[in-house]
Ligand binder design. Structure first.
Ligand SMILES: [Zn+2]
Length: 73
């Protein structure tokens, strides 16, 4: 039955998409928001996964923090 094969391929693609989306931290696109800075801490928000991070270093964070802390509501 080709229907079973098609179903299997679709499920595989969905699983691969979700898994890749969760592990590929390099896809993060940090965007600075100066209006939410706290003193020396610069506020960045990931446009890809929605993670929020404060950093005192120059430039955006290296890692995606979405897996470290629970996602904000
Ligand atoms: Zn991210």
């Amino acid at each position: 039955m080709p229907l079973i094969l098609i179903t299997f391929i679709i499920v595989f693609l969905i699983v691969a998409y979700v898994t890749r989306r969760g592990t590929d931290t390099r896809a993060c696109r940090w965007r600075k928001n100066a209006s939410r800075d706290k003193g020396n801490l610069q506020y960045y928000r990931c446009a890809a996964c929605g993670a929020e991070e404060y950093t005192d270093a120059k430039g955006p964070p290296q890692d995606c923090k979405s897996k470290v802390t629970s996602r904000p509501l």
